[in-house]
Ligand binder design. Structure first.
Ligand code: PAF
Length: 281
């Protein structure tokens, strides 16, 4: 595995590769969720590039930028074991001073769901992902369905900016108890991870009710809220039933695919999860 730290060296490497290049952007603290994206890339593409860069512009001053988990040695071992071709490991100076600036156009997708509590977030994500796309010039890129809104935003970014990149969504990976894997799970002990899996159990209550034909979003949300209220360490940030395309909150369930998503504070740790559902007609 090549480790490349400068954008110019990465561009030079890329110019010499004529076949398909899959790209998996990450902020490190890698887990099986990331590894599943990398395995998907290795299956489809001739070369796979993974970046590790903790992007400061997607964190607000009150968020966990400074304490964000850093496990570089372990990450590199995992990437090596998967025979990743290139690890791109740029510095902040490289990405924000040397790589050209990006002007992110405001989007109606940014201020919903995650964007309500984290208004800066999708500006930061879009900025860094555009910069990384410009440096890596991948033919394919791999994003997890765990971050459903991010996936939707990146799909729109690729379309709006005319990037010739195929976006490959990959399913959420869960632990045995059902907790969606996330780098932020590293803030939790084993027992706490078990407790946190009750978030997913709440989502399953909604899924089962949908399957049984419940069509009232307010009733479905109440099911989830009542479940979460049983756990004193949880504070609900939001539970949403939205159109999976526009991310607009639904007044009624139609035959269109919906995104059921939530954010919960487990003490200080903010956890998100979701599923998509297409009601049968
Ligand atoms: O999902 C993440 O880890 C980050 O938001 C990303 C896409 C690497 C951008 O910093």
């Amino acid at each position: 595995m090549k480790i490349i730290k400068s954008a110019s060296s990465l561009s030079a490497w890329r110019k010499a590769v004529s076949k398909s290049v899959g790209f998996v952007p990450t902020m490190g603290a890698l887990h099986e969720g990331h590894f599943s994206l990398i395995k998907a890339s290795k299956k489809i593409c001739n070369k796979t590039v993974v970046s590790i860069f903790i992007n400061p512009t997607q964190f607000a001053p009150n968020e966990d930028l400074n304490s964000y988990p850093k496990t570089l040695d372990l990450d590199m071992k995992g990437l090596q074991d998967l025979s990743v071709d290139v690890l791109f490991l740029p510095t902040e100076e490289e990405m924000y001073k040397k790589v050209g600036d990006i002007e992110v156009r405001p989007s109606g997708l940014f201020n919903k769901l995650e964007g309500v509590s984290r208004p800066h977030f999708f500006y930061g994500v879009s900025t860094i992902v555009s910069k990384l796309f410009n440096v890596v010039s991948p033919t394919h890129t791999f994003f997890g369905e765990k971050d459903a809104q991010q996936l939707r935003v990146i799909k729109q970014l690729i379309l709006n900016e005319g990037y010739n990149i195929k976006l490959v969504p990959c399913p959420t990976i869960r632990n045995k108890a059902g907790l969606a894997l996330s780098s932020r799970n590293q803030y939790l002990s084993k027992e706490e991870r078990n407790y946190a899996s009750n978030i997913y159990q709440g989502l399953l209550l909604i899924k089962n009710a949908l399957k049984l034909g419940e069509k009232r979003p307010a009733v479905l949300k109440e099911l989830f809220k009542a479940h979460i209220a049983n756990f004193s360490s949880f504070t609900l940030d939001y539970i949403s039933l939205a159109c999976s395309e526009s991310l607009n909150e639904l007044e009624e369930i139609t035959s269109k695919e919906l995104l059921v998503s939530c954010a919960i504070y487990y003490n200080e740790v903010r956890l998100i999860d979701n599923f998509t559902y297409r009601p049968s007609t």
